[in-house]
Structure formats: C-alpha cells, structure tokens
Write a protein that binds this ligand. Structure first.
Ligand SMILES: CC(=O)SCCNC(=O)CCNC(=O)[C@H](O)C(C)(C)COP(=O)(O)OP(=O)(O)OC[C@H]1O[C@@H](n2cnc3c(N)ncnc32)[C@H](O)[C@@H]1OP(=O)(O)O
Ligand SMILES: CC(C)C(=O)C(=O)O
Ligand SMILES: [Mg+2]
Length: 506
C-alpha cells in the first residue's frame, strides 16, 4: 500500500527569507488561502518573534485559513516560543516549530554553546511548546553537517520531551542524495522513537540538489517534505514545492506514495507567489516555467501533435494550465504551421501552404516568435497578391535630421532590371519617387498608413498605401520587420496593380 507524504509549505517563512522578498500581512493571507486550495498539509506562516508584522501575519492566517496545520517558527528559547504560541493559537490545528543548530560549526561559532547545552535547550524548548500545543516540530539546524551520534541523542531527547515531528534539515544544501538518503535511514535505524513521529526533511538548493535530496529522503522513510513555491528560500532557495509534488505524482511507479495536494492549483499558486514576491520564474523552470509545456522545434511539435506523450511526461492540465503551447519560430516545421493555420480558420491547398511556409521561415529568420497576427498578415498578403510584374530587388536609403534624404532602388520589370535614385522629404518619400522613376509610372500618393502587426521590438510593420493614377485609386500592402522595406513593398504592390489594371498583366 502507498504511504502518505505530507507537504509542509514554508513559502511564507523560509521563502520570505529570500533576499529582496518582503510580504505584508494581506499578501501573506492571500498566499495562505491559495496554499489551502492547493491542499498543502502544513503552512509555516512565519517567524512570529521576528517582528510585529510577522506576528500579525501568522495570527491572521491562523484565524482565517482553515484546512492545513498552521505553524509558527521559534528559536529554542521561551520568548520565541511564547510569541509563536500566541500567534498560532486560533488555528484549527496549530503547530509550534522550534529549532536549534546541532553541527559543531554552528554550536561553536554561532550559538557559542556546548552540545550538552544545546541538548538541554532543545528539550526545554520542546516542553515549553508542548505546554501550549499538542503538535510540536523540532528541527536540528544544519543536521547534514552534524555528528550522527549527537543527532541521535538530540532527536531521541526531543521526542521524549513531546516532539511530534522531527525535522532533518540540509540547511546549507551541502548533502548529496546518496548521503542524505542514508542519513535519514541511519537516524530511523538508530533512534527507535523515530517510529512514533513524523519524519520531516528540509533541503536547501545551494548545489541544486534540494529536490533530489528530498526525494532520496522519501525513499528512506521521510514522511514530510518541507518546500517552497517556486523554490523560494534562503540563498539559492528551498526544494521547489511544484517539483517535489510533480516528481512524486509523475513517478508514482517509483515512489509509491500518496499526497493530499490538488495539483491543478500548482500553476495559479506559482503565479500568485511570483507576483506578490516580485521574484520572476525563469522560463525554463521545471513545471511552472513559461517553457515547461511549450514546444518550438519541428520534430517535437510533430511528435506532440501526433501523441502528446512523445514529449510530455505530465499533462499541462494536471498543474492547471489549459493546454500546452506550440511556439512558431525558425526551428518549427510544416506540421505545426499547418495546424496553426487550420486552428485560425485558413484552408490552404498544398501549393499555397508551401508558399506560406516559405514566407513564414523567411520571417522567422528575422523574428524570434511568430504570432497569430503575423501569420494572418502573411497569409492575407499572399492570398490577396496579384502576379508581380514589378519586383523590388533592392533598395537603400540615407536620411538624417541634417541631410536631404536619398533613396536608390532596383526593380525588375518583366525581364528588365532598372535602377533609379531620388531625393525626397524623408526616406520613404525618396523611395517612392525613385520607384516611380524606375517604373516610369506617373501617380500620386493619396494615403499612407502604418501599424504594428504584432508586439515587441521585432514586430512586423504593415504599411497600406493608396495611390491615384488616371483618376483611379490603387491600394498596396507591404509587410516587413523593417518599416522602410514594408513601405517600399506596399508602393511596389500598388504600382503593380496599376499595370494589372491597364491590361499589361499576364
Ligand atoms: C536556518 C534558518 O532559516 S533559521 C531562521 C532564520 N530566519 C531569521 O533569522 C529571520 C527572522 N530573524 C529575526 O528577525 C532576528 O534574527 C531575530 C528577531 C530572530 C533575532 O534578532 P536579534 O535578537 O537581534 O539577534 P540576531 O539575529 O542578531 O542574532 C541571533 C541570535 O539568536 C541566537 N540563536 C540563533 N539560533 C538560535 C536558536 N535556534 N535557538 C536559540 N538561539 C538562537 C544566536 O546565537 C544569536 O544570539 P545572541 O543575540 O545572544 O548572540
Ligand atoms: C529553521 C530550519 C528548519 C531551517 O530553515 C533550515 O535549517 O534551513
Ligand atoms: Mg531553511
């Protein structure tokens, strides 16, 4: 039978220790409510002795958030514990989490205490906490760099003093998965009392192994994992909640454990924490990064279009996303392009599709991501196009606020190439005059408009011109990431239409 793993969320306590993060009571309450929807087992709401603000945040959460256990952190002293007890007392299920460091480095240099004094402080702290609440968690800070013999003594004493949860932190993210798993195993074997309590782990990510260490601990008998949304936490952060959870869910075949978590709330929770903490999630972040369910390369897109599981080991829906994302860029293939066109309602025959795909690839070489609006513009440009009697081969402009604008253009008219130059009021006016000369067409520009087809600094510009010739109006349209090129193409397109209209075409 699968055993149960509890998820202890410390976003509001250790997560808030991330440099640059400071959440007010209202923001903490919002996050706590979302964590309750996510169905975490424990919310460590803060460190009540730290400030009146933190005390109030923990108290407000204890009063208002139902479902999870609400924990408050306290050092191993009465002042901290009394304050934590006051803060969590209104909770449905309050917990006091008290800790003291157990490694030789921390005891000697930071606490300036002997192991005996640490052991005594731990026992007194647990007893004090127990006088307020039934549920008491004890942590041996820097456990992974502590002497195992001493850890065994400390944990045994804490359990006998009333601790209901024993936490084994890898405070500085020093352990490797093999070591950490084996530490959990050894402690379980050597401290018989550990069988009576929950065994928790709290891993930091200094070497990028927080999640791996937490999972190794599960394989060696840990029953609670402490983690934070988006991997927030002191220095490089804590084990990322979303990664721990989705690893246990996706690889249930391996871990065979059950969780209370409603994974469909993962994405929303990550977004909320990112917005309120001001810490952005990197795009390639596992599970919740913008690219976690996105595919840009043609071979992968073809794979997921045929069968999602070819390149997706979990579904986007399982974390609360509506779907995966096929991003169109220069590495994309015909399958994904055709699928997008179909979704957008275009029905192109094979030849049209080939042409549109060619133009799409040309554009993708200039522009990182091709949006639906770009595609719409490409297809409409192609569908509305008349045969090109005049083809713009080349243009060059020079302009500035102190010089006269000049343009040189080269066009192919039928089999003949013609090059012309002109000055003008600006680079576009100069280009238009040069084009008129090269094509030997006498016409008048009556309207010019430009708009951006998509967003970003590499957006395509769409230029629409109207020219008048012999009393008739001709519209031309040009598209390019370069607005002068878009302008030149629009004018060439309109000039083409004047010839077409005169019966010179085909
Ligand atoms: C591994 C962790 O994440 S531990 C949690 C870390 N989080 C935080 O520190 C955030 C909140 N902290 C704070 O607001 C402040 O540090 C406070 C309010 C807790 C303490 O502030 P101050 O009294 O000014 O002390 P300061 O932070 O400078 O030093 C810490 C003191 O606590 C002692 N201490 C540290 N850990 C413990 C512990 N677990 N049990 C008992 N004493 C401890 C230190 O030895 C030091 O004692 P000293 O003042 O007698 O030298
Ligand atoms: C307070 C303890 C559990 C902690 O955050 C750590 O050791 O990293
Ligand atoms: Mg920590």
């Amino acid at each position: 039978m699968a055993s149960k793993i509890e998820i202890f969320d410390t976003t509001l306590r250790d997560g808030e220790q991330s440099p640059g993060v400071s959440l007010n009571s209202y923001e903490k309450l919002e996050i706590a409510k979302q964590l309750a929807k996510l169905q975490v087992d424990v919310i460590e709401a803060g460190f009540p002795i730290a400030s009146n603000g933190d005390f109030n945040a923990v108290k407000t959460i204890a009063e208002n958030v139902k479902g999870p256990v609400i924990a408050g952190l306290a050092r191993a002293n009465f002042k901290d514990i009394d304050r934590a007890a006051e803060a969590v007392k209104a909770a449905e299920r309050p917990r006091i989490h008290t800790f003291i460091a157990s490694s030789p480095i921390h005891m000697k240099y930071k606490l300036k205490m002997t192991p005996e004094q640490v052991l005594e402080a731990a026992v007194e702290a647990v007893k004090r906490a127990k006088s307020y609440v039934e549920d008491v968690e004890f942590s041996a800070e820097d456990a992974s760099r502590s002497e195992v013999e001493f850890l065994c003594k400390l944990f045994s004493a804490a359990i006998n003093a009333g601790a209901t949860v024993i936490n084994i932190p890898d405070t500085v993210g020093y352990a490797t998965p093999e070591e950490f798993g084996s530490l959990v195993k050894t402690l379980r074997e050597r401290v018989p009392e550990m069988d009576k309590v929950k065994i928790s782990v709290h891993c930091h990510n200094d070497l990028g192994m927080a999640v791996a260490n937490s999972l190794a601990a599960v394989q060696n008998g840990a029953t609670q994992i402490e983690c934070a949304v988006n991997g927030l936490g002191e220095r490089a952060g804590n084990a990322a909640l979303e990664e721990v959870v989705m690893a246990l869910v996706t690889r249930k075949d391996l871990y065979n454990v059950d969780l209370n978590i409603d994974t469909k709330h993962i994405y929303r929770t990550s977004k909320l924490v990112s917005t309120l903490s001001g810490i952005y999630v990197q795009p390639n972040k596992a599970i919740v990064g913008a690219n976690a369910f996105a595919h840009e390369s043609g071979i992968h897109q073809h794979g997921v279009l045929s069968e999602k599981s070819t390149y997706e080991i979990m579904t986007p829906e399982s974390i609360g996303l509506s779907s995966n994302r096929l991003v169109l860029g220069k590495l994309s293939g015909r399958h994904a392009f055709a699928q997008r066109l179909k979704k957008m309602g275009y029905e192109l025959d094979d030849e049209e599709l080939n042409k549109a795909f060619e133009r799409f690839k040309d554009l993708a070489d200039k522009k990182k991501e091709i949006t639906d609006k770009d595609i719409e513009a490409l297809v409409e440009d192609q569908v509305l196009k008349i045969p090109q009697l005049i083809v713009l081969e080349y243009f060059q402009t020079s302009s500035g606020n102190q010089t006269i604008s000049t343009a040189t253009v080269k066009v192919k008219i039928g089999e003949k190439s013609v090059e012309e130059a002109s000055t003008g009021d600006g680079p576009i006016d100069a280009t238009y005059r040069a084009l008129e000369r090269a094509c030997n067409i006498d016409c008048k520009l009556v309207d010019y408009s430009i708009k951006s087809v998509s967003g970003g600094k590499d957006a395509m510009g769409e230029v629409i011109v109207k020219i008048e010739k012999d009393g008739k109006l001709f519209t031309g349209r040009g598209l390019s990431t370069d607005i002068i090129e878009a302008s030149a193409l629009a004018y060439t397109n309109a000039l083409n239409k004047t010839l077409w209209n005169n019966g010179n075409g085909r």
